[in-house]
Design a protein around this ligand. Structure first.
Ligand code: NAD
Length: 695
């Protein structure tokens, strides 16, 4: 955990707690013990603290989060106090990563030396918190109020050389950092530089009061629903106005307030959800991976084009195959236009356009794909077309190649059985636009081989996607849940709400877009197509038929200039349309409903609890591995507000007992499909036990 090595009269403490020297209780204890040992050893005149491996320290040990160990003595606060009390100078030797508690530790040292290119940050705000071990009080004393405020409010890392002129670093060291730090420490003793403490420095600023006021206004406006950034400003104000120890007490108070906010809980949930998603219980971490150095994409339409761009952006060349020459030409031209637009906006360099285009090999022959490591199929959503494509892929692809389908609704197991190698087949469900949306549902078929799954999980990271595993079922995780949400949205229009009111309520709750604006954007014909299938497959399932009426009029949404709203040419603004109002009135009287006023609260809860109840069924069915996977899907692919953490965490925070009571109220309404408000058995069980989905 901590190695101690004496370099003559200087002792070097090296933190060794991979991967980033997280300051867990074991390491904290070891540092305090080693400091005390150094005090007691008359041969030692100074101490250097550094980090082994690829970090000085990344801060708190996240494995201790939410455990008593996180707050157990010696806390980081105690460690820093012991360093400050040391009778022998302590020098932090910083390289690579120095973040959060790692930086707070360094700020407690008497001196700091750094290697170039070290990443220096206080990223706590990203978890809805603020630095809680003196960071907000000490950092402005060494880098100045403005730099400290920028770093603490943004949480973003700054390169060490950019901070070289500040009092944060007493020296920059090129070459051997530890040797340089030892020399520095010895010189500090020889030159009698004493035991300077950051806490004793003053914060200099010409007009701190005005600067803080201005910052508070700007930060509050920008942070919108997140309270942490403004509290960071409050903590910095305390640093400016209060004596050091009172400032520390204020920082602690603010930290305690923040850790209890639902927003911080949601951000921490999302952070851990992302990490948990890559763990698949029966697929060991050391599963050997297949190589993915070249790819093929079948179909150069909306999805195929975006998927191709994902591979190219990650440096993986693509064979793009179409059976229709015109479609191929059109697909390649669309990709070029996308890259040219990115270059115009300065997102990529002008010569990157050609470089990237050169990585695409358009083809109409399957034989060109023989050497590719992976293929993603994105042809029409039609089982017979998929059968033909997978037959060809089975014929040409080399043994061990991964065969992926981007189907949104078809049975991946059936597709796998079109080949003689179903173990190599997997679903890669991208979201539109595929080159933009972060979410990738990775659909594990009954026969998908473990190494195929592990390789595609890894590939999702290479493609900079948030990969989440789903089992095979209609709609997988995200779309299976959204269907229940859309059904309730439809019922609420039948009952008396307008599409605009529902959209407004959903958007006020924080959804990126309400259900009707979303339908108009994605194309109402997509849902229509699915409903027509449902009417045959599940005749008992009820739907509002209003959306069908809309589609019968050709109102597919933005692409046809009209849907639930009307659109003016070249403008995406949703405008109210009396034609739709009339359609709604007629439909209501036809089905015999007298419209009632529906509150925004009812709207939001019917939408969100419909998602959550289906989510609970998905968990029970084993389609999702964990509740946090479901939340991650909703946060990264469906515009669920980040500060609410996803539908499952939202239900937990609402209280599952309260959720069930609310569902019973909804079930009493004959027009909202009472059957669907029956709590999923898992929900009922957890509520009865006082449990929760997310733990
Ligand atoms: P699209 O109609 O835009 O593109 C399909 C392309 O496949 C066309 O260019 C067509 O010429 C080509 N094609 C058809 N048959 C082919 C064959 N036998 N061989 C080679 N190419 C062939 O459709 P899309 O929206 O890109 O959807 C493609 C797939 O992605 C579907 O399975 C769909 O369910 C799925 N998907 C779509 C979305 C979406 O929002 N559009 C989202 C997720 C998944």
């Amino acid at each position: 955990m901590l190695t101690t090595e004496n370099h003559g009269d200087v002792t070097v403490l090296t933190m060794n707690n991979p991967p980033v020297n997280g300051l867990g209780q074991g390491l904290r204890t070891a540092i305090v013990d080693a400091l005390h040992a150094a005090q007691a050893d008359p041969a030692i005149r100074a101490v250097v603290i550094t980090g082994g491996g690829t970090a000085f320290s990344g801060g708190a040990d996240i494995r201790e989060f939410n455990s008593p160990k996180a707050m157990a003595e010696p806390t980081l606060f105690t460690v820093i106090r012991e360093i400050e009390r040391s009778a022998k100078p302590v020098v932090a030797a910083i390289h690579s990563v120095c973040m959060g508690g790692g930086l707070e530790l360094a700020l407690g040292c008497h001196f700091r030396v750094a290697a170039p290119k070290a990443k220096i940050a206080l990223p706590e705000v990203k978890l809805g918190l603020l630095p809680g071990a003196g960071g907000t009080q000490r950092l402005p004393r060494v880098v100045g109020l403005e730099t400290a405020l920028n770093m603490i409010v943004s949480g973003s890392p700054v390169n060490s050389e950019k901070l070289a002129g500040t009092r944060l670093f007493d020296a920059m060291i090129e070459g051997d950092l530890v040797a340089g730090a030892v020399t520095f420490a010895r010189a500090a003793v020889d030159e009698k530089r004493g035991l300077p403490r950051v806490r004793d420095l003053a914060i200099e600023h010409e007009d701190a009061e005005a600067f803080l006021q201005f910052s508070r206004n700007t930060v509050t406006a920008m942070a919108k629903n997140f309270p942490a950034p403004a509290k960071c400003v409050d903590a910095l104000a305390a640093a400016v106005k209060l004596p050091f120890d009172e400032g520390i007490a204020r920082e602690r108070e603010l930290f305690t307030e923040l850790i209890q906010t639902p927003e911080s809980r949601a951000l921490r949930h999302a952070f851990f959800a992302e990490r948990a998603a890559s763990k698949i219980p029966d697929v060991p971490k050391d599963t050997p991976l297949r190589t993915v150095a070249s790819a093929a994409v079948i179909g150069a339409g909306t999805m195929g084009g975006g998927i191709t761009m994902n591979f190219i952006n990650a440096g993986i060349p693509v064979h793009l195959l179409e059976t229709d020459a015109k479609a191929l030409e059109r697909g390649v031209a669309t990709i070029r236009r996308n890259y040219e637009n990115s270059a115009k906006k300065g997102k990529i360099k002008a010569d990157d356009v050609e470089r990237r285009m050169a990585m695409i090999s358009p083809t109409m022959s399957y034989d060109d794909l023989v050497a590719d490591d992976i293929v993603v199929e994105a042809v029409f959503e039609d089982m017979e077309v998929k059968r033909a494509v997978f037959g060809e892929l089975d014929r040409v692809m080399k043994p061990g190649a991964i065969l992926a389908t981007n189907t949104s609704t078809l049975d991946v197991d059936q597709i796998a059985d079109f080949t003689a190698r179903p173990g190599d087949v997997i679903g890669m469900h991208f979201f539109s636009p595929a080159n933009v949306m972060k979410l990738l549902e990775i659909v594990r078929g009954a026969k998908t081989a473990k190494d195929v799954l592990a390789t595609v999980m890894k590939l999702s990271k290479t493609l900079r996607k948030t990969g989440v595993v789903a089992g095979v079922c209609d709609g997988f995780i995200g779309n299976r849940m959204i269907e229940q949400y859309s059904r309730q949205a439809g019922f609420m229009v039948d009952e008396g709400a307008s599409p605009a009111q529902i959209d407004r309520a959903a958007e006020k709750f924080g959804f990126a877009m309400g259900p009707f604006r979303m339908g108009d954007l994605a194309g109402n014909d997509v849902g229509w197509y699915i409903r027509k299938r449902r009417y045959v497959e599940k005749p008992d399932m009820s739907y509002s038929r209003l959306a069908d009426r809309l589609c019968e009029l050709g109102r597919f949404g933005q692409k046809t200039g009209a849907g639930w709203y009307r659109y003016e040419k070249g403008n995406r603004n949703a405008l109210p349309d009396p034609v739709v109002d009339k359609l709604i009135d007629e439909y209501r009287s036809e089905i015999g409903i007298t419209p009632r006023k529906i509150s925004d609260d009812e709207i939001v809860h019917r939408l969100v609890f419909a998602l959550m109840n289906e989510g609970a069924k998905i968990l029970e069915d084993g389609i999702a591995l964990r509740a946090s996977d479901i939340d991650l899907i909703y946060l990264s692919g469906y515009g669920f507000p980040l500060w609410r953490g996803g539908p499952m965490l939202y239900a937990d925070m609402f209280g599952l007992y309260n959720v069930i009571n609310r569902m019973q109220e909804f079930a009493a309404n004959p027009y909202g499909d009472p059957e669907s408000w029956k709590p999923a058995p898992l929900l009922a069980k957890l509520a009865a036990e006082g449990g929760s989905f997310t733990g």
